[in-house]
Write a protein that binds this ligand. Structure first.
Ligand code: AMP
Ligand code: MG
Length: 351
């Protein structure tokens, strides 16, 4: 398939490009586009064939539902029913923005889009280009992250090109995304709101709207977890680089010496090694490649750089990646959730 590449300048949106992309979506094709979280792979959410195409292009298991993106609050009621009051309050506070809500679906939303579930995940993105595209396409775009299933989510158009070029109709290049981690997902379809995936919108922020918000124990960043997460997608290996990723936890000095020791061991076996560190610690490592993910005082930068750094290690043909654990006050849970998943929960305690 021929994939058309177009630039999408958010400061100066070219209506012709939005029209062209909207037409592709209306006709059942697939368009990858930037949002403020990560790049999405869009198809018409109300067209079962479009959703099927998304699963095929991504190589995504068909029981892993898609998030439906809307551009206007009124459109929520076209696809969801029995919407609780708290959901409206959350929409008012966090939409447009990086929050996805799970609600009971109306019959117009095909099972292909919801992975067979009676609920639908809905989000209104903040990104101006995304909002225009949603309106132009008819109002409802199903869009998972625009990566091949299992790979790190794309935060730049080049990541989408690497994974999906030749498999989809169009890629809109809007440059580097702002947040770099996927949206927070909250289940509003049951009695109490439950966070199914941590993200930029934290539990604390959600609790200000509804004090009853809980976190699904299945997504806890605890190792050796026994419960299956409720969001079907969270049970799969995810975000994984080709090299083996190992997270090293503990006190800083010990983390540095443990990582240096492990790196040495692998290098003696002829393996190529990478270290993912902070701006403040990077100089302390001796490895084939050392990457800084940002300063410990700038968690936005850490969040934005994570997926990109994992892909860069792949490009450099690294066999083993050792990463520090990054605990930051606001998005720390979301960052560690992605990092631990990418590592398949392989964690070493620093000695
Ligand atoms: P992605 O689009 O790649 O960010 O993945 C979407 C995430 O939303 C996956 O983890 C899905 O399992 C989750 N999700 C989507 N729809 C639902 C739903 N109806 N119920 C629970 N989780 C959902
Ligand atoms: Mg994804």
């Amino acid at each position: 398939m021929k994939t058309v590449l177009e630039k999408l300048d958010t400061e100066n949106i070219d209506e012709r490009i939005i029209k062209k992309a909207g037409t592709i979506l209306r006709e059942g094709g697939l368009v990858a586009f930037p949002t403020e979280t990560v790049y999405g792979l869009g198809g018409d959410a109300l067209n079962p064939q479009s959703s099927q195409k998304i699963y095929v292009a991504k190589g995504r298991p068909s029981d892993n539902p898609l998030i439906v993106h809307i551009a206007k609050l009124e459109q929520l009621e076209d696809i969801a029913k029995d919407i609780p009051k708290d959901a409206y309050k959350m929409a008012e506070k966090f939409w447009p923005g990086p929050l996805t809500m799970i609600l009971h679906k109306k019959s117009c939303v095909p099972k292909e889009t919801t992975g067979g579930l009676e609920t639908v995940a809905v989000r209104m993105p903040f990104h101006q280009g995304a909002l225009k595209l949603i309106e132009e396409s008819g109002g409802f775009i199903a869009a998972p992250s625009a990566n091949r299933s299992g790979r790190p989510s794309p935060t730049k158009a080049s990541h989408v090109i690497d994974d999906l070029y030749g498999l989809i109709d169009m890629i809109l290049d809007g440059g580097q995304v702002g947040i770099g981690l996927e949206s927070t997902i909250i289940d509003m379809s049951e009695e109490k709101p439950v966070i199914l995936r941590p993200g930029f919108v934290t539990k604390k922020m959600l609790k200000d709207i509804c004090s009853e918000v809980e976190t699904d124990p299945g997504i806890g960043n605890n190792i050796g977890k026994e419960r299956e997460p409720k969001a079907p997608g969270m049970k799969y290996r995810h975000y994984a680089p080709y090299g083996q990723l190992i997270v090293v936890e503990g006190e800083e000095k010990k983390v540095i010496s443990t990582i240096n020791y492990l790196v040495q061991e692998r290098r003696m076996q002829g393996k190529r090694t990478g270290v993912l560190a902070l701006e403040e610690t990077k100089k302390a490592y001796v490895s084939d490649i050392v990457k800084s993910i940002g300063s410990r005082h700038n968690e936005e930068e850490i969040a934005r750089s994570l997926f990109s750094a994992l892909r860069e290690f792949d490009e450099l043909g690294v066999d083993f990646i050792y990463s520090e654990a990054f605990y930051t006050p606001h998005m720390g849970q979301a960052i560690m959730n992605r990092l631990l998943k990418a590592a398949g929960y392989t964690v070493v305690q620093a000695k």
